[in-house]
Write a protein that binds this ligand. Sequence first.
Ligand code: JFZ
Length: 580
Amino acid sequence: MKIILYLAVLCSLAGCRSTTPEPEVVAQSPLEEFEQMKFGLFIHWGLYAVPAGEWNGQPVRGIGEWIMKWEKIPVPEYEKLATQFNPVKFNGDEWAQLAQDAGMKYVVITSKHHDGFAMFDSKASDFNIVKATPYGKDPMTDLAQACADRDLKFGFYYSQAQDWHEPNAAGNDWDFPEERDPAPYIQDKLLPQVEEILSNYGDLAVVWFDTPRLLSKEQVIELRESVKAKQPDCLVNSRIGHDQGDFDQTGDNSIPTQVKPGIVWEVPATLNDTWGYKKNDHDWKEPRDLVCKMADIVSKGGNYLLNIGPDAEGVVPPESQRILREIGQWMKVNGESIYETTHSPFNVNNITWRCTAKPGKLYLHMLNWPGESFEFQGLESKVKAARFLDGGQSIVFRQTGNSLALKLPQQAPDQFNTVIVLDIADDQAMVSEEYRFDAEPAVRHLYAWEARMRGEEFYYDWETQSAYNFIDDTRPRNELRWYNFPQSEGECWVDIEYACADADAGSPFRLSSRRIQWEAENTGPSELHGVIEGTGGAFKIKRLGRLTMFSPECTLVFGLKDDFCSASVKVRKLILTKVE
Ligand code: JFZ
């Protein structure tokens, strides 16, 4: 629902008699405001920061905030972590300042994660930071205030269904294997705590629920209404369940391959391989990668929610701080091409560039620098001027029909993502049919960079634009996962562009496609199996076979089996060609 009120209209209703036209001031709905912020900080902070990814002296695989579940830690033993939680170095101003330095517009922090521990002062449960820790204070008051001081929107993550501390909530089957009756948990903890977070920390932009299950549709509606009754402008996300969210999430670290119009959505993502602090996770993503991922997400119409996991003393890992501040340097210069923009008017089918838009303007984000010249097709609006966003230097261009050619320097002016601004003669870009964002090209290029790289060992090589190190360690599986293929129902040929030394040939691969349906049976899979052939180490294109694609939402997964020779295989892209 969009509520747009023009001041001019308001003014005439109020009987103003001003002769000079009032500037049009647009009052936006909370959802529109949320969508325009584009970039936010996620914070996972809780008792799991104490073990920090180790249990009984052993490293634990998987995301850090799940350690209680991975190790089936009994409730009384997990509760003892609270006695060691004393974040004396916590400083709300520093965290809010970090978000601001990164160019972020909103902050979402875990008020209670799956472990059931409240990181705020709670009357509803004594298992909270004020009552159960030597720290004895509520850090959320300071953080909420520090955000308000900087005009950052503030919100809470709250795990509504999984609560491993409670016998009647979902998730803890090692202490509580019995049948559950969620009603007392909902009445005694969930609803009262949600009321607390909505009452004591000022205006919330969002309550960010997670891992829906357990609650019935009626219970979810009651939960949603309890939020709206307290704060009508507070949004809830789709992970509240049963289609009751105001906006959507993608899976974690998952970016759709194509523009996703018509709804508000957000990509929650990590800086390393965990949400909650793990002292031995040093698998940090590069700022360049994150800046390009942001351009990719925003060009497809989404928001980016990037996570930090502070440690048990309240310190944000220095690497996270460095990465966020580097992103912030880029945002300071190039923020105009991100905030308040709309999705690309073109469909996405390349690894070179992305596009974001404002009325009369297109922003070209150069993910991989094309060298001295760059030409693309599809734009029918007249280009009036082209220039670099950073510095404003104009760019020589030639427009012929729907083709635009730009003359560029040999080297990329920006090491992360150079933005080129086009001033166009139309408010909304006119685009030739087959290049429009909602067209499905007959041949689709699915680059490894756009896939969710599931698995801690994967790497991406910018030089060869390929993913490598497909080693398989049972949990989680190493795989490339692409999703959202609008209008692609039917059969297609699949080719792969990859490189493999002849000596390393022979690794079995699997490629599967399936329909994703939330809270319903998946359809498929349609699968291809085979063996990776050697290419003499050079990149070559080989046909894998024929696959069925599903609609409206389809996911494609590519993986190599563990056989000690898959690590050197480099995968650049899949090419899907519709079977006519
Ligand atoms: C959930 C949590 O379990 C996790 O600990 C973290 O808080 C993350 C932000 O959210 O994990 C999910 C939930 C949903 C998907 C993936 C991970 N999903 O829909 O793909």
